[in-house]
Design a protein around this ligand. Sequence first.
Ligand code: MG
Length: 157
Amino acid sequence: MRVGIGYDVHRLVENRRLILGGVEISYHLGLLGHSDADVLTHAIIDAILGAAALGDIGTHFPDTDDRYEGMDSFIFLRDTVLKVKAGGYQIENIDSTVIAQRPKLAPYISEMRARLAKTLDIAVAQINVKATTAEELGVVGEGKAIVAHAIACLSQL
Ligand code: MG
């Protein structure tokens, strides 16, 4: 068994779509980033890469590369799964937490899990997504950013 952690943060701004776990969320602000800025998917990618000791999202998909501008992060996620499988690993389970003061994410969690599971090529029971607020503390609590944490467990094929 091998375990990896992932963390990411993106700033909330106007005139951007809000994508979390591959799901578009109805909100007047979106996350700023080179790709679609799906902070949850980025944290999950880093957790998976970390467990396989394959570096991080920035080395595999650099934000200096114009090919990745506005990119759907699920393309990175799919590529990450293929990389770890090629390295002889399979995903046992993933757990994650999104920290957002607003909007309420509970209505979207099951769709996030279903979409993530499909792209990760695992069962829905192998991926968990939790959402919490920051109790109005700090930049996340002020609604200026969204943070995500993830942990992945891989086993040798
Ligand atoms: Mg990111």
